[in-house]
Design a protein around this ligand. Structure first.
Ligand SMILES: *[C@@H]1O[C@H](CO)[C@@H](O)[C@H](O)[C@H]1NC(C)=O
Length: 183
């Protein structure tokens, strides 16, 4: 009896290894709800005191260690997610170049609408790194902080920044870019 169970597990493990795509599909099916961003505000080092306002396009870029554009991205978490896990994910960019690597941080407030490069909620905790490699789902390079207990109803905002130089990632919000999967 015990050895039968063991060989069934072995077969399963072999199948799972042989079919990584099926495994990915299965884990995406566990997403119960997607929370799209409710506001994106780009802040730009070249116009550091100008509030660029809420935009339909997120732009993260850096050229020659300057000209930084960073995107502040807000989510309105609904009520009723207590006990669920939330996971930050990134997909469906419209354009990218360079390494395509971006990092996500929490920021110290959700009041981002009038943020400027010089005046904005402070950058807080590192959440993770993605690499945009095509028009679909970005690759998770460092997922150490991407999954967390879904918060109570309310707004939370994040910052998306470029990793390294001569790099650009652009998305149309809310249909692409940073989102939260509820699992
Ligand atoms: C979130 O964005 C996706 C991709 O565009 C879309 O299919 C989905 O309907 C959106 N969800 C909500 C709740 O707006």
């Amino acid at each position: 009896m015990k050895s039968t169970t063991f060989s069934a597990i072995t077969i399963f493990a072999t199948l799972a290894t042989a079919l990584p795509a099926a495994g990915n599909l299965a884990s995406r099916d566990h997403v119960k709800q997607v929370i799209n961003s409710s506001a994106v505000v780009n802040i730009n080092e070249d116009t550091p005191d100008t509030a660029l306002g809420v935009s339909g396009t997120g732009v993260v870029s850096r050229v020659n260690n300057k000209h930084n554009s960073q995107a502040l991205v807000k989510f309105d978490f609904p009520e009723g997610l207590g006990g669920y896990k939330c996971r930050l994910a990134f997909g469906n960019p419209v354009r990218f170049s360079g390494t395509g690597e971006i990092q996500v941080y929490t920021i110290g407030g959700a009041n981002i609408e009038s943020a400027t490069f010089n005046q904005r909620p402070f950058r807080d905790q590192f959440k993770g790194t993605f690499r945009v490699a095509g028009s679909g789902e970005a690759v998770v390079v460092d997922g150490s902080g991407l999954t967390f207990d879904c918060p109570a109803k309310g707004a939370k905002a994040y910052e998306v920044v470029s990793v390294g130089d001569n790099n650009e990632v652009v998305w149309y919000a809310p249909s692409g870019g940073l989102r939260v999967d509820v699992m």
